[in-house]
Design a protein around this ligand. Structure first.
Ligand SMILES: [Zn+2]
Length: 340
């Protein structure tokens, strides 16, 4: 397919033009999380001709994702494909010129550096669903001077902010500590697909401004909108807070210091276990689990059903156990069936 023809409507747009399109083709972008926001921005940026995408996601496709996660289909859910892998396949089908690297992993203090420094990233996009990972991205980005874009959506509400280290406020400048108490998530408050795609569209557009060098057009506020009530707000974020722990004092506590618990709640009724980094042979594991319940596996995940639990195992030994929010129960199931 001819480059000029494929991108002709975008090249016509004066903010991009032939030079902008060339810059996009050379650009590399990391997308952390590949749920609703991640699939939206990955689709938009791949269609816009961003040359290389690194997609990092720890999860697999489920039927309840299809309402809003626009790169996935029913076959992906039936196969329980890892989201990063399913996204890479879809992108290749509609734009084979884009180089997609799928990382089936949780972004952690241990792997942030090797994962995010493997390519010269133009911008990092936050498409995660938790503050822990956002602070980690913020630490890494401020430390390396990389721009990143915060985005979040829950129910009908969405919020986003560009972080340009050394210029604008960082995430810790605005939120010195994560919100306290029970934080609403898509699992508790639901989510409108339009709210996510609104914020994803803003995030993708700001990313393109970074990549084509339209720095004067970048928004320097924390922008939020409730798409149901139409209540919107913009909070100034153009200047860093001088006493900020991250960009002021340059103390990268999320990146360096505190190790994360290896057992974490993920979603309302599931627990993730990542205690060992050891390869699992799916064929051998299937044979071992067969007498204890239903087992299915493909190249990417092994699923094991034992009522009322559903265990999903990844090749590196990480597991997501559905059917409980009790970490002790999850740990004992893991120890009993996978190994301690
Ligand atoms: Zn700061």
């Amino acid at each position: 397919m001819q480059f000029q023809d494929r991108y002709s409507r975008q090249i016509l747009f004066p903010g991009i033009g032939p030079e902008g399109q060339r810059l996009l083709a050379e650009a590399r972008v990391a997308i952390v999380g590949c749920g609703a926001t991640g699939t939206c921005v990955a689709s938009l940026l791949a269609r816009a001709g961003v040359g290389s995408l690194l997609i990092i996601d720890r999860d697999y496709v489920e039927p309840s994702n299809l309402q809003r996660q626009t790169l996935f289909d029913e076959a992906d859910a039936a196969e329980s494909l890892p989201k990063a892998v399913a996204a890479a396949r879809k992108i290749t089908a509609f734009n084979s010129e884009v180089q997609v690297t799928a990382e089936v992993a949780d972004l952690t203090p241990e792997n942030a550096e090797p994962l995010l420094s493997q390519t010269d990233l133009g911008v990092i996009l936050d498409a995660t669903d938790n503050f822990e990972t956002r602070y980690l991205i913020n630490d890494w980005a401020v430390k390396c001077g990389k721009p990143w874009i915060y985005a979040a959506a829950v129910a009908a509400y969405a919020v986003t902010m560009n972080i340009i280290p050394g210029e604008t406020a960082c995430l810790s400048c605005i939120f010195p500590a994560p919100p306290e108490g029970t934080v609403e998530t898509c699992d508790t408050a639901g989510i409108l697909n339009s709210a996510v795609n609104w914020v994803g569209s803003i995030q993708a557009t700001e990313a393109i401004k970074f990549l084509v060098g339209a720095r004067d057009k970048l928004r320097r506020t924390l922008l939020s909108l409730d798409l149901w009530t139409n209540d919107g707000a913009e909070v100034a974020a153009a200047r860093p807070r001088p006493d900020c722990q991250t960009c002021g004092r340059r103390e990268f506590v999320h990146l360096a210091g505190e190790r994360r618990p290896q057992i974490t709640l993920c979603g309302r009724n599931s627990v993730q276990i990542h205690e060992h980094d050891r390869p699992v042979d799916f064929t051998e594991m299937s044979a071992r689990l067969q007498p204890h319940g239903l087992v299915k596996h493909n190249d990417f995940v092994l699923k094991f059903w034992r009522e009322p639990y559903e265990m999903t195992l990844f090749p590196d030994g990480r597991a997501i156990i559905k059917g409980t929010s009790d970490t002790a129960v999850a740990r004992s199931l893991y120890a009993r069936f996978i190994g301690s």
